[in-house]
Design a protein around this ligand. Structure first.
Ligand code: MG
Ligand code: MG
Length: 265
């Protein structure tokens, strides 16, 4: 039996396996960007994700069946923060935002990444929400350095949000990741520099700021899964799996870059 609070450090070889799974997610997001368009259902996106993941040798969707989750990936729109269940009757419309949260298990090791896509043209505030949340992720990753503390990561999110009038979701947190999707330590999106568990070489963390255009309070819908903002304001979610190395943080889940990201993010 493992002690409940044990933090599992990963070897360089193990980190390479996680990076291979992470690359599948990065490539998937590249493919998803041009597919997140009006008229597409979240079920269709889920089917595309599952097929894409399974087309890679040894890779399976890590969230499928995890705690009983019914989809291959989590797809959450607008006021939904996380854990949205893919549905035939949830259809993307112009101006929506859609967060796709993907876990891949490859050769027994997990990676986890989320991206929020704009569907067509979004309004100015929504655009700002996406930009600030992505910048918060970048800052949080940059703060994840060997010798620092977990609180440095949340503090970086808070600084990135600054005086933008946005809520930082506190009741959902990032996490260690490895053999299991969710491992120790928890990685909150708020924190104080120098507080929390020590950041050590070989830690692999899923860092995942979730911001809203209003309340930082959350509710779970009657489906038992979908988490929404309490005031139904829009929410964005960006996540990377990051390895802590002596050379600094290494992102293992590639971001969508190039045309997809620029035109459709
Ligand atoms: Mg995730
Ligand atoms: Mg996660």
């Amino acid at each position: 039996m493992r002690p409940r609070k044990m933090i599992h450090l990963k070897s360089p070889q193990e980190i390479e396996i996680i990076a291979r799974g992470g690359a599948v997610i990065g490539a998937l997001f590249q493919e998803l960007a041009p597919r997140a368009v009006p008229g597409v259902s979240t079920r269709q996106l889920d089917e595309f994700c599952e097929e894409f993941i399974r087309s890679h040798d040894g890779a399976v969707p890590a969230f499928q069946g995890l705690y009983g989750f019914p989809g291959a990936v989590c797809i959450s729109m607008n006021e939904e923060i996380v854990h949205g269940i893919p549905r035939d009757d949830r259809v993307l419309d112009e101006g929506d935002i859609v967060s796709v949260d993907v876990g891949v298990k490859l050769d027994g090791w997990c990676s986890d990444s989320a991206w929020t896509f704009a569907v067509g043209e979004v309004d100015h505030r929504t655009r700002s929400l996406l930009d600030v949340t992505e910048a918060a992720l970048d800052a949080a990753v940059e703060a994840a350095r060997v010798g620092g503390h977990v609180g440095d990561i949340g503090a970086a999110v808070m600084t990135a949000v600054g005086d933008h009038a946005m809520g930082i979701v506190r009741d959902l947190v990032g996490h260690g990741i490895g053999r299991e999707v969710h491992e120790e330590p928890q990685v909150p999106n708020v924190g104080r520099v120098g507080y929390g568990p020590l950041l050590r070489e070989g830690m692999v963390l899923a860092i995942e700021p979730m911001l809203s255009l209003g309340s930082d309070q959350i509710q779970t819908l009657d489906d038992g899964w979908t988490v929404v903002t309490a005031d139904r304001s829009r929410s964005a979610h960006f996540e990377h799996t990051v390895a802590l190395t002596s050379d600094g943080p290494r992102i293992l889940t590639g971001a969508p870059t190039g045309a997809g990201s620029e035109t459709n993010r």
